[in-house]
Design a protein around this ligand. Structure first.
Ligand SMILES: Cc1cc2nc3c(=O)[nH]c(=O)nc-3n(C[C@H](O)[C@H](O)[C@H](O)COP(=O)(O)OP(=O)(O)OC[C@H]3O[C@@H](n4cnc5c(N)ncnc54)[C@H](O)[C@@H]3O)c2cc1C
Length: 383
């Protein structure tokens, strides 16, 4: 089992890139996290270091601060990071794609270089207390005001890392709620704008990743709208399609290392491992191999110019299943790690529980696959 599952070793330019990156990493290791330093701040320092070596935004055109290479190059960098157990580049890849697809030329030139450099950190303000799966039903309004302005009122929920962010990709209703999908628009909201209140929430694992965002008479300008009025739904669906397709996160090598550890354990304990546990480890190995084969195919598709779409729901389901089964099994096999002794398995196990919720729940992914990929008829709702 390779520790670089997305190594397409047959291409010389990729091999050179990997070699250069490994040499850079040898001289620029992940900085140590300060005793009281929030994880997001530590990752932000790492992001800036990677950017100083030009290892962020490899697939973004040079005119917007990237390197003008392909998504395969970006995937190779994440693969190398994952192989070293280092955190990936903060997940800006999907936001960069959305700005490339929907932003005006002026917005791309102004926002992308700062996003890639980590000069501006971003969060995503889609979900609300009454609108998660039913995102099109959201209530936050951006009403037209004189002089090309908007006044925004509403509340967002589960906004990850808003307390450490400068800008928020905000989804709000600009038109008539009777046409829920057609009346949404997207904005880039500076979080220091008067009327914005960010309140962090403490999760069960002790992290304060989530925030509530309160928006009271917040003023935005037309130039802060991304895309045309009414483009919000298409923009949101593009955002989540890239988010659900997690090729460039460096997760695969991380899973691969744990799968290998389980496999070795099963081998060493042959005959002394309960049958149930042995077959669970077998399933983890199969899940992982399926995920790798699938990710390689998806990478090739991306290279051929295919943009992310409804197939990302398949990626998200496969990733969720593999990740949740892997950490559940690992905790049964290495129960000492339940208390965080000798590894991060317990923390990763806790976070894996959220995989079937964030970026759209597993039920919603199945609905998308049924409707948009399999074209199955909608359920009969007469009962
Ligand atoms: C770790 C994490 C990070 C997140 N970060 C962000 C963020 O940065 N920005 C952001 O905007 N949001 C974020 N979210 C929110 C996330 O997108 C929502 O939690 C998710 O979309 C589900 O919405 P909900 O929580 O309102 O659940 P609900 O939509 O209320 O769903 C409750 C249950 O009902 C089921 N359900 C609902 N509708 C259907 C249906 N039509 N068919 C079948 N089942 C259905 C769901 O599957 C779920 O099991 C984050 C969530 C998590 C867990």
């Amino acid at each position: 089992m390779t520790d670089r599952p997305l190594d397409f070793g047959d291409r010389a330019d990729l091999e050179h890139l990997r070699r250069d990156f490994r040499a850079w990493l040898a001289g620029n290791p992940l900085p140590e996290r300060g005793a009281d330093e929030p994880a997001a701040v530590h990752l932000h320092r790492w992001h800036r270091m990677l950017h100083s070596g030009r290892w962020v935004g490899l697939d973004v055109p040079e005119s917007y601060g990237g390197r003008g290479l392909t998504s395969l190059h970006q995937v190779a960098v994440s693969d190398e990071l994952g192989a070293r157990g280092a955190p990936g580049v903060p997940r800006i890849g999907y936001l960069a794609h959305v700005l490339l697809e929907f932003g005006s030329e002026e917005q791309r030139r102004r926002l992308l270089p700062r996003m890639l450099a980590g000069d501006d950190t971003w969060c995503q303000g889609f979900s609300e207390p009454g609108a998660g799966s039913d995102l099109a039903g959201l209530s936050t309004r951006a009403d037209r005001a004189p002089e090309g302005r908007y006044i925004v009122n509403g509340q967002k929920l589960w906004t990850s890392y808003a307390q450490h962010s400068d800008l928020c990709l905000l989804l709000a209703r600009t038109g008539d709620a009777a046409s829920p999908h057609a009346s949404l628009s997207a904005f880039v909201l500076p979080l220091d704008r008067p009327g914005v209140t960010v309140r962090p929430l403490r999760a069960a694992n002790g992290d304060d990743e989530f925030c509530e965002l309160f928006l009271d008479d917040v003023r935005l300008t037309e130039s802060e709208r991304i895309g045309a009025e009414g483009d919000g739904w298409a923009l949101a669906m593009t955002t989540v399609a890239y988010e659900r397709n997690a090729l460039d996160t460096g997760h695969l090598p991380k899973y691969g290392r744990l799968v290998e550890r389980l496999r070795r354990h099963a081998h060493e304990r042959r005959g002394r491992l309960p049958d149930g546990l042995r077959s669970e480890i077998g399933r983890c190995v199969v899940d992982y191999q399926v995920l790798v084969a699938h990710a390689r195919r998806r990478t090739a598709e991306r290279l051929a110019g295919k943009t992310a779409g409804a197939e990302s729901s398949v990626d998200k389901l496969l990733m969720t299943r593999a990740e949740q089964r892997l950490y559940e099994t690992a905790l049964k096999v290495f129960p000492e790690e339940l208390h965080g002794e000798g590894g991060d398995v317990f923390g990763d196990y806790l976070y894996s529980r959220a995989a079937s919720v964030y970026g759209g729940t597993s039920q919603i992914q199945r609905n998308i696959i049924a409707k948009r990929l399999l074209r199955l008829p909608a359920a009969d709702r007469r009962d």
